[in-house]
Design a protein. Structure first.
Length: 148
């Protein structure tokens, strides 16, 4: 591809990247939440045994301070309890309370239902193609960084 074609493809990629973030932010707002809060809920709900503030921060690239602020709010609302990590005193294990299980479950399962609907409407072939293309982009980008 020539530089003009490459630039057009990158512009399309950047646009779709921003749009994908925007649709999740808009959905979160409709629930009365921020996207960061929804992503923290998803992490806690989906990883009940080993969820830590650090694991959430690394998974979603949310600053640790932001994660901790969200977790303090969840503690006040009695959605979670924070337990001392047995192997790492600087970290905490996050445990859902019954109230948290209900509240977070409603949000996370509602989001999953929408995501499942979207992927099923796309069909397996397009969903695979979307993920395969992005996976290859990530692999080649990393390779390019190493070869700089």
């Amino acid at each position: 591809m020539d530089n003009l074609s490459l630039t057009k493809e990158l512009d399309r990629f950047y646009y779709l990247w921003r749009e994908s973030i925007a649709i999740y932010e808009d959905w979160a707002k409709q629930q009365g939440l921020s996207n960061n809060v929804v992503m923290v809920m998803e992490s806690i709900y989906s990883n009940r045994e080993n969820c830590t503030p650090s694991s959430i921060s690394h998974k979603w690239f949310i600053p640790k301070q932001t994660v901790n602020t969200i977790l303090r709010d969840f503690e006040k609302k009695e959605y979670i309890t924070l337990l001392q990590h047995p192997k790492d005193k600087r970290n905490k294990i996050i445990r859902l309370t019954k109230k948290g299980e209900e509240v977070m479950g409603n949000i996370v399962l509602k989001l999953k239902k929408l995501e499942f609907y979207t992927l099923s409407q796309m069909g397996k072939e397009k969903a695979d193609s979307m993920n395969d293309g992005l996976e290859e982009f990530v692999r080649l980008f990393r390779e390019g960084v190493r070869n700089e």
